[in-house]
Design a protein around this ligand. Structure first.
Ligand code: 5AD
Ligand code: SF4
Length: 350
């Protein structure tokens, strides 16, 4: 029998042991009950991971990709996309500027660019670690040996989202690949001592609320340290161009449910949500989020990293942008973290 929302949220305030049916109930709430859910998630966030918001500066260093993900504007088949690849010098200069601005974590993100040798990324990691920052890599599916090389070079975290917990839907949106392979990568990363960033898109065509509940369960099973969950935004040059944009309400419900179900989670207010709603970041921060990932990619290439259309872009200088994000954080009564913002998963050890 379904319990009342108040009873369910009372339970969730005391224990994160929510059942599949309870997750489903949270994700099926009508819009008018979302504020009550967000308030509970906000309370749990305050009592577990506290008031701090962690900033991660993202450097999108190459938008070449050999993959064919049906949702993404960087897919290899998008032959008219303008492509770029930053030089190691440009990447290191950007990283140095970001560290000087105040970022304590830098994320090196790219498509699966076959022309950048794994050793180059290892060398970049070594150089950037000298700036006294945590390094997250987000460069797709690689072999165990490559992940080991990068870990030994000093990478702290790796971001590789599950995208969807449903094996059949996964096959559809990532042709030629299986969810199993993706999870194998995540297991290797965990084994190598990386902090794992997962996540999923919300509103991909064919997704159901049952699949979203399963997404949360799978992230918990994989001992995910961080989860980036943002709305799907259809890209006109992809097979999923006629899909409907993911809903802001469902995104907020997923964030809040994730906070209740995995209280330790590093939970970003995603750029996709901020791209859809002018107060997207603020809403996410009120729904349990505690991470923001501003883009610090050099301006001359920034608009080319078009995974979806309308991706938030800014003409602010790196310092102005940092200060603007700080203002958003502080206007929500929160503070910017000054430490590395490592995982708060109960099993995590440095
Ligand atoms: N809409 C929203 N998010 C997307 N991503 C890729 N394409 C889209 C899209 N059309 C997200 C995926 C991927 C990351 C690079 O961006 O979750 O992991
Ligand atoms: Fe490439 Fe990642 Fe886009 Fe897939 S989601 S096409 S792997 S950049």
């Amino acid at each position: 029998m379904t319990q009342t929302l108040t009873a369910l949220l009372d339970k969730a305030r005391h224990t994160s042991e929510l059942t599949y049916e309870e997750l489903l109930q949270l994700l099926s709430l009508p819009d008018e009950q979302i504020p009550e859910l967000m308030a509970a998630a906000d309370e749990v966030r305050q009592n577990t991971v506290g008031n701090q918001v962690h900033l991660r500066g993202i450097i999108e260093f190459s938008n070449y990709c050999r993959q064919h993900c049906c949702y993404c504007g960087l897919r290899a088949d998008h032959s008219t996309a303008s492509r770029y690849r930053l030089t190691p010098e440009q990447i290191i200069d950007t990283a140095a500027a970001a560290a000087k601005t105040g970022y304590r974590t830098l994320v090196l993100q790219s498509g699966e660019d076959p022309l950048i040798p794994a050793e180059t990324i290892a060398e970049l990691t070594r150089e950037i670690k000298k700036l006294d920052v945590a390094v997250t890599l987000s460069c797709g599916e690689r072999s165990y040996d490559v992940y080991r090389l990068w870990r030994e070079a000093g990478a702290d975290r790796y971001l590789i989202k599950q995208e969807t917990a449903d094996p059949a839907l996964y096959k559809c949106i990532r042709p030629g690949h299986t969810l199993q392979e993706r999870l194998q990568c995540q297991k290797w990363l965990k084994e190598l001592g990386y902090q794992l960033g997962s996540g999923c898109m919300i509103g991909i065509p064919g997704q159901t609320v049952e699949i979203l509940a399963r997404d949360l369960q799978l992230m918990k099973e994989m001992n995910t340290d961080m989860s980036g969950m943002g709305p799907f935004i259809p890209h006109p040059q992809t097979p999923l161009k006629s899909g409907t944009t993911g809903s802001i309400s469902m995104t907020l419900k997923m964030l809040a449910a994730a906070r209740l179900y995995m209280p330790w989670l590093l939970l970003p207010a995603t750029t996709a949500l901020a791209s859809l709603h002018p107060k997207g970041r603020e809403l996410a921060l009120r729904a349990g989020a505690n991470v923001i990932m501003p883009n610090v990619t050099p301006e001359h290439v920034r608009s080319m990293y078009q995974i979806y259309p309308g991706k938030l872009n800014t003409r602010d200088s790196m310092t102005d942008y940092y200060n603007r994000i700080k203002d958003i954080v502080e206007s929500e009564g929160r503070t910017l973290a000054t430490d590395f913002g490592h995982s708060m998963h109960p099993a995590f050890q440095l």
